[in-house]
Design a protein around this ligand. Sequence first.
Ligand SMILES: [Zn+2]
Length: 343
Amino acid sequence: MILPGILSLALALSPQQPAGAWCTVSAADADVAAAAVAVVEAEVEPALARVRQAFPDLPKQPFRIVVHASESALPAALRPLHHEGSPGFALLGRSEIHLLLAEARATTGGLRPVLVHEMTHELLHQACAPWGDRIPRWFHEGLAQVVAGDTYLDASEEVIAWRAAMQQLLPFSELGDRFPTDPLQLRIAYAQSYSFVAWLEQRIGLPAVVAMARSVDGDRSLELALVLATNRSTADVFEEWRDHVVHGSGAVWRVVLRDFFALSMILAVPLLAMAMIRRMRADRLARDRLARDEAFGAAPEPMPEPDVLPEDDDVDGDAADDREDARVEETGDRPATDGKTLP
Ligand SMILES: [Zn+2]
């Protein structure tokens, strides 16, 4: 029988043994070259060493990695289990990790963070056995991204900053069993999960976060374990985290700076509109005045009454000098009375 065989192998191994003793790598089909399998095998040891920082006493059960050439090469039976765009997934009940080589290589961090991410799922499940199925999906994804030091689907706090400010985050209670299939909602789910667990890790430390999950059993849910670990109600914990995303993480300001040009254009619209309204009003006044003037036979502006005309300084009454004054006023270069030009 297969199961007793696996158990006897598990009992013979200790966590200190080489990663290869715990984790085997194989090609899913003939399209995956032996060289590609070897590349993944070379990453298993350092990836497992990273995951053991969170689970020093694990693994306690062997698991395997199946390498697929790409998402399009996945067998039909596995496709529903895969989130579009993600570079791998773990089948916890089967101790299997499925790696999509093309997608994994295309991530910013490359192969290793993807392996660390998927191994974290496997070891978290083993750590919480036999209650592994009680660990919510959001915690699994949050911890996997924190341990890997990299997010899936380019998720970041910037993705959720505005939603956090507008109280439009996805309820964690709806991310317990499965994640959304809509690409944007899926990205938000990964971003929220990462942000919350990363914040919790900063507050109580990674060992306490892992111990919290490992304390889950038939009577204690993760939500209750969270209350006991933080000494806060779940509502208070989530509100404190939301407040951190909005005010403490700097994510909102990073979004503002990143989108500065677009935002400045949006902010400039009311100013442009006001300037345009002012301009249109000035044009209308000018048009009305022109129409009024035409209606009165193109009469010029009525002359001011003589008693409001400026006083005539021309005491000598010389009309030619007056004309000279008018000309130099236009150039702004008024001759001095002694014939020289003033500075
Ligand atoms: Zn994951």
